[in-house]
Design a protein around this ligand. Structure first.
Ligand code: ADP
Ligand code: MG
Length: 388
């Protein structure tokens, strides 16, 4: 990235910023129901080298795409181009709408977060872009997360929740954050040192994902409307209790969706408590309960993911396994005894290969710190995080 920056902008001296990808441990689809999620930031980052510009244009370049784009820093009327530059320009536009002056700049991005694997390469790109445009100017972290989310919704056109951007900004080393998606505040919890978190990428993403997401949002709204007839204080499923479902006379599908959200919020709380006690057995059980709820009540799993979960649960040293992310593919997250990491990795990869003839990358997920300036370049690890 540094070489590329020197090549493209030989007479400029850059500053460096980074923003991490994430994996969600528990709390799936609870964000848009104003509930709880528990992500960790990963030690995989999107890096950006940034300096001023020698002309009036802003120059952005993705090393990973081998592609650059120049634009006028007056982004008020910028139009989406339907490619990766929208994440960056969308962020500039949101900053500018909030009164941050967007100056002509030169940027080179390089990300370690694999794209489209459910580890949120998009939020890592957005938050690193926000830091680059701010270029050292201080800004509220919550506002930064919100404006990056807004850029993705309005400019990219992806109606996402706040989790990805929030954890990219606020992530902490060795800790998961329990994020309250209504108040936008969080509680950190230290994760037991004697367990590893391994993400296994199914390498599938079924087309259903986008339309099903919209359907689930609608079904949750229908559930709230039905429950609120008897319990007017319920403004979102986060406010509902399981027993409210008994008399709500919801459509059976809507009732299942509501049951997932209500029980999942409760599992996030329980997981937080179990992590605090270092109770790995209970954390693992909650992983599995969460997966079954997504599989049967929310119906957002798929054959390949169920295979990965069910296979993981037969492997020695696995406390629990569940799908993570929006659904219909992506990754599972597995809680594994540290001395069993290599054996687990080999076995899950071999058995997935034998069943689906696909190589499943496995990532060791180390809870890491959130977005910031990189002052000491020697701290940037030159390793490839994919272990298979
Ligand atoms: P995820 O966030 O799960 O990785 P998304 O579809 O939300 O998947 O975001 C992926 C998109 O983010 C890519 O299609 C691309 O437009 C953009 N992106 C991510 N990383 C990079 C990168 N290093 N260079 C250019 N664009 C990137
Ligand atoms: Mg994304």
């Amino acid at each position: 990235m540094i070489d590329e920056f020197r090549k493209l902008f030989p007479d400029l001296t850059p500053r460096f910023f980074r923003a991490p990808g994430r994996v969600n441990l528990i709390g799936e689809h609870t964000d848009y129901n104003m509930g709880f999620v528990m992500p960790i930031a990963l030690d995989m980052n999107c890096y950006v080298a940034v300096a001023g510009s020698n002309d009036r244009k802003t120059h952005i370049h993705s090393l990973d795409r081998g592609e650059g784009f120049d634009f006028d820093p007056d982004v008020a009327f910028a139009k989406p181009r339907k490619n990766w530059t929208d994440y960056v320009i969308g962020v500039a536009q949101q900053l500018s709408m909030r009164g941050v002056r967007i100056l002509p700049m030169s940027m080179v991005f390089h990300s370690e977060v694999p794209e489209g694997s459910g580890l949120s390469s998009s939020a890592a790109l957005e938050v690193s872009a926000a830091l680059a445009f701010l270029n050292g100017r201080t800004y509220s972290g919550v506002e930064m997360a919100k404006l990056c989310q807004r850029a993705e919704i309005d400019f990219v056109g992806n109606p996402c929740g706040i989790m990805d951007q929030y954890i990219s900004v606020f992530g902490e080393a060795n800790r998961a954050l329990e994020l309250d998606c209504r108040s936008l505040s969080h509680k950190p919890v230290e994760l037991p040192a004697n367990a590893a978190l391994l993400a296994v990428n199914s390498m599938v993403k079924h087309d259903l994902a986008t339309s099903a997401y919209g359907d689930r949002v609608k079904e949750c709204k229908a559930a709230v409307a039905g429950i609120a007839r008897l319990h007017p204080e319920v403004k979102a499923l986060r406010d509902a209790k399981l027993e409210y479902l008994e008399n709500a006379r919801l459509d059976p599908t809507v009732e299942k969706r509501a049951r997932h959200i209500i029980t999942e919020d409760d599992r996030v709380e329980q997981f937080f408590a179990a992590a605090r006690r270092g109770d790995l057995d209970q954390m693992g059980k909650l992983f599995v309960a969460s997966h079954r709820s997504m599989q049967h009540d929310y119906e957002i799993s798929c054959e390949e993911i169920d295979f990965l979960v069910d296979t993981a649960l037969t492997i020695d040293g696995v406390y629990g396994s569940r799908m993570t992310g929006g659904g219909f593919g992506g990754c599972t997250i597995n809680l594994v005894r540290p001395d069993r990491v290599d054996a687990f990795t080999k076995e899950i990869v071999d058995r997935y290969q034998a069943r689906y003839n696909k190589q499943a990358p496995v990532f060791n997920c180390v809870p890491s710190s959130g977005a910031r300036e990189v002052k000491d370049l020697s701290t940037i690890p030159a390793t490839n995080k994919t272990s298979s």
